[in-house]
Design a protein around this ligand. Structure first.
Ligand code: TMP
Length: 213
C-alpha cells in the first residue's frame, strides 16, 4: 500500500454543502478510512475554533426574542479573517507536517452564504488570499431533505438555531452551490449526498484514491 501521498496527490481537502448535507458526518468517516490507508489526517472546520472563528459562530446563533443584529458585511469580514488566521495557525502547519487536512467548510461557504447578503465580487476579493484547496467535495442535497435532517439533529442534541436555518435561505444556498458546481472549478467535485451514509463515504474515498491518496 502507498503509505504517503505522492507529490501530486491532494493534501488539502474541503467538504462543502448546505446545512444538513452531511459534511461533518462524512469528515470523520473519510478521515478514518484514509488513516486506515496509512495517511496521517488532520480534521478541522470553519468557522474555526480560534478566537475569530468562535466570535463568528457566536454571532450566528439566533437567540429567541433578540433580533439578529450583526451586520452582514461585518460577518463576511469575520469569516474571511478567521480563514486566514486558521490557515496560519492550524492548516499550514499540519500540511507542513505531511498530514492530509480535511476541512469542513472553507472559501466556497463564504462565496455562497455571504453572497446572499453582500456583493458577491466583494466576498470573493476578501477571500482571494486564502490558498485554494487541492480537492473540494460539494455535497449536493435537496434543501427540504437537508432541513429535515437539521431539525432532527436539533431535536436530539438541543443545537441552537442559526442565522441561515431558514427554508427559503437553504433553497437560495442550494442554488448558490449549484452555480459554483456549474463553473467546474479546479478540483471541485459534486457528491450525491442523497445516497446512504455508507455510499457517500465510499464515493468520496473512491475519488480520493483515484486522486492518488
Ligand atoms: P456548520 O457548523 O453547520 O458548518 O455551521 C456553520 C455556519 O456558518 C453555516 O450556517 C454556514 C456558515 N458559514 C458562513 O456563512 N460562511 C462561512 O465562510 C463559513 C465557513 C460558514
Amino acid at each position: 500500500m502507498n503509505e504517503q501521498p505522492t507529490a501530486q496527490a491532494p493534501r488539502f481537502v474541503v467538504f462543502e454543502g448546505i446545512d444538513g448535507s452531511g459534511t461533518t458526518t462524512q469528515q470523520a468517516r473519510v478521515a478514518e478510512r484514509l488513516r486506515a490507508r496509512g495517511h496521517r489526517v488532520h480534521e478541522t472546520r470553519e468557522p474555526s475554533t480560534g478566537q475569530i472563528g468562535e466570535l463568528a459562530r457566536a454571532l450566528l446563533a439566533v437567540v429567541p426574542g433578540r433580533p439578529v443584529t450583526v451586520d452582514p458585511a461585518a460577518l463576511a469580514l469575520l469569516f474571511a479573517a478567521d480563514r486566514l488566521e486558521h490557515l496560519t495557525r492550524e492548516v499550514e502547519p499540519a500540511l507542513a507536517r505531511g498530514e492530509i487536512v480535511i476541512c469542513d467548510r472553507y472559501v466556497i461557504s463564504s462565496w455562497v452564504y455571504q453572497s446572499l447578503e453582500c456583493d458577491g465580487a466583494w466576498v470573493r476579493t476578501l477571500n482571494a488570499r486564502a490558498r485554494w484547496p487541492d480537492l473540494t467535495f460539494v455535497f449536493d442535497l435537496d434543501p427540504t431533505l437537508a432541513l429535515a435532517r437539521v431539525a432532527q439533529r436539533r431535536a436530539s442534541t438541543g443545537q441552537v438555531v442559526e442565522r441561515f436555518d431558514v427554508p427559503q435561505t437553504q433553497r437560495d444556498l442550494a442554488r448558490g452551490y449549484a452555480e459554483v458546481l456549474a463553473d467546474q472549478l479546479d478540483g471541485v467535485e459534486r457528491v450525491d449526498a442523497s445516497l446512504s451514509i455508507d455510499a457517500v463515504t465510499e464515493a468520496i474515498v473512491g475519488r480520493c484514491i483515484a486522486h492518488g491518496l
